[in-house]
Design a binder for this molecule. Sequence first.
Ligand code: ZN
Length: 439
Amino acid sequence: MLDLKIQYHPERFLYTNIDYWWILPKRNEIKHLFAGNRLGRITNEGLLSVETYEGNKNIELAVPDDFSIFACLLTGNDYYKYQYTDNIRKPMCKNPFGHISLSDKGRYVRGFIELFSSLYHVGKFVSNHYWRTLVERLCKRNIEEVYQKLKPIKNKLNKVLPQLLKDFAIEPKSATEYLAKYILNQARSQNVITAETKFDYLFKEFCLERKKFASNEERNKGFDRGEDKNRQDLLNSLSELTEMSVFFQGIKPRCKNCGSSFWYSAEEIKSTIVCRGCKSLIDLPVESEWNYRLNDLVTNAVSYHGVLPVIWTLGHLLSYDFSCCESFIYVPSVSLYENYASKKPLAEIDFVCIIDGKFVIGEVKTNVDEFSSIEINKIINVSKNILPNEVIIAAFYGENVKLDKIAKNLSMHLDPLGISVKSITPPPYVFEPEYHICI
Ligand SMILES: [Zn+2]
């Protein structure tokens, strides 16, 4: 037998001098993906080990894509399909998952990450207090604003619900009609989100960020907070982000004829442009103010799929323990189906990854309060069927103590199966103003 240490996609980690390897979970079904029918196994160290034959020194290997690895781990082969059950008279049950696919949310997470040079860089962007809060605000995901918006809706529901519940029993049709109309009206009153902002606003907010940063006496020394320095640093970071297409640069002049303001990208700008509304010519002022528009992919990902916490967690897992990590392979947000033909997923997982050979599944919430008992039961059920080495639960906002308590509860169920449980919340600096904003 020959143990092989295979390097993992060096092109994905050009920014660091750390090498990553295919260190794999000790699940022999993965062996087939690399070595086909050749006899082999995964060693205790997570290395692929294959049999060598006398007279033939060539070993043919395939390098599978990350998704195939996780498809194999999550669905298992026939042997692994027989797993845990609560019913002792039926000691083995079938792993109910026969097919996986990237969920809609997963596609958005992947698209968002691909805009940046790497997971490390997108993690830095999401951890940065200035950029994250700006994106949250532009995408109407700012936590205080969301709570402000929920308040009147909750009040209204509290008022009408008792009657509505009675109506549901007697006249379900008209009660449903009422509720449907109410939801539609609420949806109408929410503006369609086009996340754009003027340079002036970005600059004002950035100066404020640095002012807050320097409110700590110690930090006031040695950090230049002059207007020119602030402007230059912001422009540098913005040019980085426009190069990655996270933001687009443009202008938004007002048409004198019809009064509308449309957005024109930097590439479209000439000395005169045609109004998108009335088609008359607009003369541009010599110095039009730059307007920055967030890439629609980012806006949709953040506004409608709430991807920031998942991206933060993945970035954190990659960079938190850089030096100890020899393998880091991940896929965001997968849906698990009974089989290829099933339309409705049986379960969803926010991310799956392999860290130093450990097979990890993770559930991420924006706020710790979203971990309801129904959610916890779902995690327990999925874990019992998949048998990962570790389950990670993460919450971006909320009290650490609460999440630790949830992790302890989960642990009681999963520890007997040899599954460890870990909880992750952002360290305090993620919520504090920062001086540096370059990614
Ligand atoms: Zn016009």
